[in-house]
Design a protein around this ligand. Sequence first.
Ligand code: CP
Length: 307
Amino acid sequence: MQELSVRHLLGIKDITPQDIQLIFETADNFKDVLNRPIKKVPSLRDITIANVFFENSTRTRLSFELAEKRLSADVINFSSSSSSVKKGETLLDTVNNILAMKVDMIVMRHSSPGAPHFLSRHINANIVNAGDGTHEHPTQALLDTFSIRERLGDVAGKKVVIIGDILHSRVALSNIFALQKLGAEVMVCGPITLLPKHIKELGVKVELDVRKALAWCDVANVLRIQLERQQMKYFPSLREYTLYYGIDKKLLDSLDKEIVLMHPGPINRGVELSSDAADSHHSIILNQVENGVAIRMAVLYLLASKQ
Ligand code: CP
């Protein structure tokens, strides 16, 4: 059996193109399972997984929980807002107490970049990073690139623009790594204040004009403005952001070609995307969510075999 090169999925930066292909091929099989009347396999019947979320989530938490249940794992859910973290318990004590209950794998979302990397140096269980602050969100990038492959046949050679708040986005960084490892050309587009100063060092193109970016690309992955991570004003108003960077159906229809429109969610409708664009035939947003379950099944299954 082929194996991943890593014991934990901490970031796309740490994995190889071969790892990504293995995850995709495994996810293809699990997607077939998910389309059967009985959507469950016994693969992780003896494994217990804790979903440890220190930050809000809808898609990622539910998608991991469903993936774990479809693999027949035992699942426990931890949310920091209703936990003893509020009484001053440290991250390591919290996780060690969870592991003392014979838990095998930890899926963790945390607001601090590097929190899962820190844990990986102190515990033995496999760790999956479900988003660490502004750093990485590896399973999001895997499901995004898997969805591009599904829609366009391949990721290699495709032109993908990531539009919006690149500065605060873990989705952007993980997507840049994944797209480049799979041979895509990557552009970032947004107000100059929302682009990291040294972003070109990652080998991406930079474009400030959203119309030019859309004219260049095969795929546009549109991001939300992460107001909760912004300590200062990066642009005059949301209204102005929408005027210059908002994407609507009229703008998509004005292109002389079809493009694929993506968004990791949650969407702020009427800000970065209008409803008529988000719900148009260009959009694969709900396909991304559907594919998230198969991708997370693949990641958990492959990591469990590395215990
Ligand atoms: N895409 C994503 O991470 O969404 P959630 O924050 O709802 O998990």
